[in-house]
Write a protein that binds this ligand. Sequence first.
Ligand SMILES: *[C@@H]1O[C@H](CO)[C@@H](O)[C@H](O)[C@H]1NC(C)=O
Ligand SMILES: *[C@@H]1O[C@H](CO)[C@@H](O)[C@H](O)[C@H]1NC(C)=O
Ligand SMILES: *[C@@H]1O[C@H](CO)[C@@H](O)[C@H](O)[C@H]1NC(C)=O
Length: 354
Amino acid sequence: MAKPVLLTLLGLGLTLLKDHRPSYEARLKAFQEVEPVQPANCKLVKGIETGSEDLEILPNGLTFISTGLKYPGIKSFEPDKPGKILLMDLNEDDPTVLELRIIGSEFNLSLFNPHGISTFTDEDNTIYLLVVNHPNMKTTVELFKFQQEEKSLLHLKTIRHKLLPSVNDIVAVGPEHFYATNDHYFTDPYLKSWELYLGLAWSYVVYYSPNKVQVVADGFDFANGISISPDGKYVYIAELLSHKIHVYEKHANWTLTLLKSLVANTLVDNISVDPVTGDLWVGCHPDGMKIFHPSNSPPGSEVIQIQNILTEEPKVTRVYAENGTVLQGSTVASVYKGKLLIGTVYQKALYCEL
Ligand SMILES: *[C@@H]1O[C@H](CO)[C@@H](O)[C@H](O)[C@H]1NC(C)=O
Ligand SMILES: *[C@@H]1O[C@H](CO)[C@@H](O)[C@H](O)[C@H]1NC(C)=O
Ligand SMILES: *[C@@H]1O[C@H](CO)[C@@H](O)[C@H](O)[C@H]1NC(C)=O
């Protein structure tokens, strides 16, 4: 029974293939050596050992970090423990992390599998944290209110929708309004071993609001990180396996129009935007094969900074690169007052001076 089903799916898959896709070795950067780049004074963050998959720094330096992701086919150091949301204050000299208590009778903590996160601050300065969650390998988006005094997150709501089947990352544009990337890879783990090789274009981006949910961009091999420019006019989407950062114009009706795409020489994962300069900071996988196929040699880490992305000549700088001896599988990087915080899928986090 399994075989005909697989063949049918394979046939279907092949018809979805984009023309002229480069080989999987090229897409996964299978044989790329990592040329090291090291900023000054990098320190591992104490208390982070099981991932820092996504992080968001608020304008005041408080930082939310999701840890403990269980992603199909990717390593986890704590496969049987639920994930957590950590808080870090980057104003401290030697910042450490604190686990935020989660409050809410509707929320099943034992199934918490946090992935992409995003915050939204309203006019009353209430801070909402939106978290992509994968309870039992499904996808929900959890809405929390941050209670700073109590160091807790009050669970307000669980959002599910058929257009949010396998979400990777989100960017909030309101407490219950967000753009989300559907990467596909949570829905069918057993297909994953070979489907990555095909370069299928089945990943898409959705705009969600309580009244309207719609696909606003599609045709991606693996839509991953998503972020928005400080003025709210542009949405940036990282397409992991084609190494592209796409720039979309955001319209008043929330639809997106592609303006341009920038090609990087690395697998681009999460994007964070510096609220002051508008620069993009991208956590990358310089040797992507190793992240999907763990071997004796661990995956490396890389961070790129993109300046002036809207101009004719954006400037791309490799700010950090390392072969995995220190930091394995970087996914995200963000800056605060001359410091750079780098997160990883399943391992540690690194804090450097720029
Ligand atoms: C949470 O999920 C676990 C695993 O499915 C289940 O055993 C448990 O009863 C759930 N707890 C609550 C409070 O729903
Ligand atoms: C949304 O706005 C854009 C830009 O004004 C327009 O081109 C597009 O047709 C609109 N789409 C819908 C569905 O209204
Ligand atoms: C990684 O880089 C370090 C420092 O440059 C070097 O000592 C080590 O041999 C490298 N490891 C691999 C597996 O290339």
